[in-house]
Design a protein around this ligand. Structure first.
Ligand code: PMP
Length: 404
């Protein structure tokens, strides 16, 4: 008798499952709108030219080796990554009061950050985290595994397919003092709905009033608008206010380094001395988890960020990805408009980033999958990166059919 005879089959991951179903679908018209990764107009993965070049340089270096990185990872990568997020003129950086460690992409940064907070928040602070409703599915599990009580704040307003701002403010105003507040820095996943600059200012004021600890998840810097600084504006507003906060960064999307797991975790502290002690404790979280992070992705990112020519190449290529996604919003909107599909679809243009939350019901989504071979998560989220100019009319035909 096996020790695992009683083990039950775990449910499939709702997002990964979409790609599996798409792969298995023999219909030539099939479309994968579940993917959380950039695709070209031809539906292919993209390796950025700046990344190819950085990689070639690394390979050609006769001094390269496969030694371990330190527990905190590639120090140059950490310095460049946090400067990219916070801005070169950031007072917290200049004051040396930011502790940064390399992380296993955004997910790893969130996990190490959550574990650090669970262990080291003041004993008087509640182990409670507020997540937007809805949010990226992994957030809940990551914080729950770290011992947090997970609560939600209102975020998406189904009626307007925009931000439920009043509800959000009311929920934050009733949060216990010292709770952790998870915020998507830009291009909220899955909704594509971000607060306006005025709304960010109000959220900051609420965080200050209630002594909430902001935890920024930045998975899409530069990928949302095409402008690295614009996409970091919310984070920088908070840091410049003098608040302490936590930042998880991912280079999966904006550098196309998905499987390389290149990310960083930063903790912005009140003073340099604290930052040093915090960094030492971040290492204590990492050591028993995976000892030290992988080298390759961080080395590529450090080269791209640190070399003026490669960095400029990256800026242009990143803008190109963002613009293709924005142009897909326009193509879909126009095609829906031409077909007189009932309802106000202007949200397709207003939402930002890789995803659009369509508000299509579960039944409508199932019809898209079964009848039209358009694969998506049944919450109605579609990836604009999975769309092409050629396929936009087909998607509009399908949506027209399922909403009729
Ligand atoms: N946060 C958000 C909001 C995301 O959308 C993602 C990627 N889907 C991540 C974090 C983490 O991605 P990764 O671990 O690949 O960097």
């Amino acid at each position: 008798e096996s020790n695992w005879a009683h083990v039950e089959m775990a449910p499939p991951d709702p997002i990964i499952g979409v790609t599996e179903a798409w792969r298995a679908d023999p219909d030539p018209r099939k479309l994968n709108l579940g993917v959380g990764a950039y695709r070209t107009e031809e539906g292919k993965p993209l390796v950025l030219a700046c990344v190819r070049e950085a990689e070639a340089q690394l390979m050609a270096d006769p001094n390269s080796n496969h030694e371990y990185l330190p527990i905190a990872g590639n120090a140059e990568f950490c310095r460049l990554a946090r400067t990219l997020a916070l801005g070169g003129d950031c007072p917290a950086l200049q004051g040396g009061r930011v502790a940064t460690v390399q992380a296993l992409s955004g997910t790893g940064a969130l996990r190490v950050g959550a574990e650090f907070l669970a262990a080291h928040l003041p004993s008087t602070a509640p182990r409670v985290v507020y997540l937007p409703s809805p949010t990226w599915g992994n957030h809940k599990t990551i914080f729950a595994k770290a011992g947090f009580q997970v609560r939600e704040y209102r975020y998406f307003d189904a009626a307007t397919r925009g931000l439920a701002f009043d509800g959000m403010c009311a929920d934050l105003a009733s949060a216990p003092r010292g709770a952790v507040l998870l915020l998507h820095a830009c291009a909220h996943n899955p909704t594509g709905v971000d607060p306006s600059p005025q709304q960010w200012a109000r959220i900051l004021a609420l965080a200050q009033e209630k002594a909430l600890l902001p935890f920024f998840d930045s998975a899409y810097q530069g990928f949302a608008s095409g402008d690295l600084d614009a996409d970091a504006a919310s984070l920088r507003l908070f840091v410049r206010s003098g608040l302490e906060l936590v930042l998880a960064q991912s280079f999966a999307k904006n550098m196309g380094l998905y499987g390389e797991r290149a990310g960083a975790l930063s903790v912005v502290c009140k003073c340099k001395d604290t930052a040093g002690r915090v960094e030492s404790q971040l290492k204590m979280v990492i050591r028993p988890m995976y000892s030290n992070p992988p080298m390759h992705g961080a080395a590529i990112a450090a080269k791209v960020l640190g070399d003026a020519r490669l960095r400029e190449m990256w800026r242009v290529e990143l803008k190109g990805m963002a613009e293709r996604i924005i142009s897909m919003r326009r193509a879909l909107y126009d095609a829906l408009y031409e077909r007189n599909v009932p309802g106000d679809w202007s949200f397709v243009l207003k939402q930002i980033g890789m995803f659009s939350y369509t508000g299509l019901s579960r039944v409508q989504c199932q019809k898209l999958v079964n009848k039209w071979h358009i694969h998506l998560t049944l919450d109605g989220r579609i990836s604009m990166a999975g769309l092409s100019a050629q396929k936009a009319p087909y998607l509009a035909d399908a949506i027209a059919d399922v909403v009729a």
